[in-house]
Design a protein around this ligand. Structure first.
Ligand SMILES: Nc1ncnc2c1ncn2[C@@H]1O[C@H](COP(=O)(O)OP(=O)(O)O)[C@@H](O)[C@H]1O
Ligand SMILES: [Mg+2]
Length: 277
């Protein structure tokens, strides 16, 4: 094996150790994550790939303590950035996780309607996110919001600012969710299939935005089905199957020299891609 972890920098930004998540149902327990470990280093785009139901979203929810009430999570998720150090995100108080969420670590959810409040304008929802964490006045906050909307490829942000979610197409709503996730300039963005609802052109622009965010020193944990996107942006790839990481490596090795049969199968199911990192 040519790769080794030293190529990924010294201190991880996020480190998941032996994370187990189970869900208790009426007459059964579902073991969604069976002890996964993964790291995201500063200024890195890490892709988590695997088929539907393998535990990708549950991984993201665990990081931000957003798991459903019937979930039990064990293990350790540590986070360290500048002056910010959290020993185990699973054990944080509500107050601390609220300070972290949307600010130090944010999430782009798979389903925009799950995040957007239908009763509030786009602007109100963005402003709320900024004002909850930053000491700025309303004019400054609005400027920050409009800037994030523009970066998230929302045309005519001034007009959209005053609109309600139902007035926007699915693709635009998804871009609003991306604007909300990026507005506070977090260290880490958890992006759960962020471009699935978007057409190819907008999707490419969002991917370009993610690359820019990385260039600015931040990290992204990206869940995607699109191996073309993985080939284009990933520094490191984790392959997850039925709640277990079956392979991890740098993007070249994953594509050129996959070890696990499951990784090979994933690559075969999508033979057309362009490795141009
Ligand atoms: N609230 C829940 N209750 C019971 N099972 C759940 C719950 N949320 C997720 N699961 C199960 O956990 C597994 C992983 O789900 P998920 O992380 O959403 O998969 P994906 O990789 O498609 O994002 C699936 O088997 C799913 O059915
Ligand atoms: Mg999912």
């Amino acid at each position: 094996m040519h790769s080794n972890k030293s190529q990924r920098g010294q201190k991880p930004l996020l480190s998941i150790e032996n994370l187990k998540v189970s869900f208790k149902l009426e007459n059964q327990t579902i073991n969604a994550l069976k002890g996964i470990s993964l790291e995201v280093y500063p200024q890195e785009i890490v892709c988590l790939v695997g088929e539907s139901g393998s535990g990708k979203s549950v991984t993201c929810y665990s990081i931000l303590k957003l798991l459903d009430k019937n979930a039990k999570a064990e293990g350790k998720i540590s986070f360290e950035a500048d002056e910010e150090k959290i020993d185990n995100l699973l054990e944080t108080s509500d107050k601390q996780i609220r300070k972290t969420r949307g600010n130090k670590i944010s999430m782009v959810f798979q389903e925009p309607s799950a995040v957007l409040n239908p009763l509030l304008t786009i602007g109100e929802q963005l402003m709320e996110t900024v004002l909850a964490h930053k000491k700025v006045n309303k004019d400054e906050a609005k400027k920050i919001c409009l800037n994030a909307m523009e970066k998230a490829q929302i045309p005519d942000p001034e007009r959209r600012f005053n609109q309600y979610p139902h007035e926007l197409s699915g693709g635009l709503k998804q871009r609003v969710v991306i604007a909300i996730a990026t507005v506070n300039n977090p260290y880490l963005i958890l992006a759960d299939e962020p471009t699935t609802a978007l057409d190819v052109t907008v999707s490419a622009k969002i991917i370009a935005l993610f690359k820019k965010i990385k260039k600015e020193g931040k990290s992204i944990l990206l869940i995607t089905h699109d191996l073309g996107v993985v080939a284009e942006v990933a520094d490191w790839v984790y392959v997850i199957k039925e709640g277990q990481i079956v392979e991890e490596n740098n993007v070249y090795e994953i594509f050129e020299n996959p070890k696990h049969p499951y990784t090979k199968k994933l690559l075969e199911s999508r033979p057309m891609f362009n490795l141009k990192t």
